[in-house]
Design a protein around this ligand. Structure first.
Ligand code: ZN
Length: 146
């Protein structure tokens, strides 16, 4: 996953997440890349500021001061999101794929669930039309701080 800092011709800045550099170029060339603020297709990559996120490696960069701030707030947002999911979603652990399917086919109560699934299981769920969202990992374990 590559995160690019992007800017439109009206100088709106935003982030774009791409599978790889090719996907960015493809979307840009085919006009799929739009500014979320004004809808402009004139979107360019801001040079030199880019992050590559791989799993749990979303760590603040120690070299760049301002980037560190940006990364810190991203972590907070991610943490809040995880907190929300933890509070409002029923934890089914490794039975996630099984439960998601049961709910999808009406064999279990419709509810929000969370848990763990292998990449293979997630693929299978998608093929069956079951909606599942993969969360990025929590940047740090908040439970240890409580
Ligand atoms: Zn714009």
């Amino acid at each position: 996953m590559i995160i690019y800092d992007l800017e439109c011709d009206a100088k709106h800045q935003f982030e774009g997440w791409f599978k790889n550099a090719d996907e960015f170029t493809e979307q840009q060339l085919s006009g799929l890349l739009l500014c979320p603020l004004c809808g402009s297709e004139e979107v360019r990559k801001i040079p030199s500021v880019s992050h590559i996120a791989r799993g749990a490696s979303l760590k603040p960069s120690r070299e760049q001061g301002s980037d560190e701030m940006v990364e810190a707030s991203k972590q907070q947002v991610l943490q809040l999101f995880h907190d929300y999911v933890n509070r409002n979603f029923d934890d089914v652990g490794t039975r996630f794929a099984e439960e998601a399917k049961k709910i999808h086919y009406g064999e279990a109560d419709k509810r929000n669930i969370r848990g763990t699934a292998t990449a293979e299981q997630v693929k299978e769920l998608k093929e069956e039309g079951v909606s599942a969202v993969q969360l990025p990992p929590v940047p740090y374990d908040k439970d240890k701080l409580n």
